[in-house]
Design a protein around this ligand. Structure first.
Ligand SMILES: [Fe+2]
Ligand SMILES: [Fe+2]
Length: 222
């Protein structure tokens, strides 16, 4: 797999094959409902972190701006749902985020750093998969392809910001080491996750355009 599939910072070890996005074509409506839920959750998580950051880190404005940006994404998803006549219905959340959090430290200050790094991982994974969706949907559903393509750059910035805040809190080396541990955990979560019409689900059993041996290819041994 090329590095472009490994997240904007290259920090993710599990690489999603393009066949995953091919399998998502039939689930566009459900994915879009989930995207609205995910953006709302992302805004809420950013606000929660804003309140928990120690005063004076200098990241308040950037984090506030990130939270606003997630709300804009939420509104864009809602608008797309409305224009397509799809209800913004309640949805069983993916187990991905919950399983990621199981690896987080239980006590402070490690807990806050882990939540920032897990936030970075989620943003990076979203970015990787939305890029695949944008590529896959182009030509078949250009409006949706453009929506995902627009979000990619923003989620890449969010990944970087969360990594930067964590590095400022504990130092770059400690943050990098901890990130490597959490990235390995994320890879194991995705390896064992069932296929689902979700942005952060497991891989489909059947990959139309990919040889079986390469389906679960990873780099970095994560
Ligand atoms: Fe977003
Ligand atoms: Fe984001």
């Amino acid at each position: 797999m090329s590095a472009e599939h490994a997240g904007p910072s290259g920090s993710l070890s599990f690489v999603t094959p393009p066949g995953w996005a091919t399998a998502m074509w039939a689930h566009r409506a459900e994915l879009l409902v989930e995207q609205a839920h995910l953006e709302k959750k992302a805004a809420s998580a950013a606000l929660a972190l804003l309140f928990r950051l120690p005063a004076g880190t200098g990241h308040e404005r950037a984090l506030s701006s990130l939270a606003r940006e997630e709300l804009v994404h939420f509104e864009r998803a809602l608008k797309l749902l409305a224009s397509r006549g799809i209800d913004f219905a309640p949805q069983q959340p993916s187990i991905y985020a919950e399983q990621l959090k199981r690896a987080a430290a239980r006590t402070m200050p490690g807990r806050l750093v882990d939540e920032l790094l897990l936030g970075a991982i989620i943003e990076g994974r979203s970015c990787e998969r939305m890029q695949l969706l944008a590529t896959e949907f182009a030509g078949g559903d250009d409006e949706l392809a453009a929506f995902y393509a627009d979000l990619v750059a923003a989620e890449a910035r969010h990944e970087s910001l969360y990594q930067q805040i964590a590095a400022d809190l504990v130092g770059a080396d400690a943050a990098r080491q901890r990130l490597a541990t959490l990235v390995a955990h994320e890879a194991s979560v995705l390896r064992s996750a069932p296929f689902a019409p979700r942005l952060h689900g497991g891989l489909p059993d059947t990959q139309p355009d990919t040889q079986p041996d390469t389906l679960r290819a990873e780099v970095g041994g994560g």
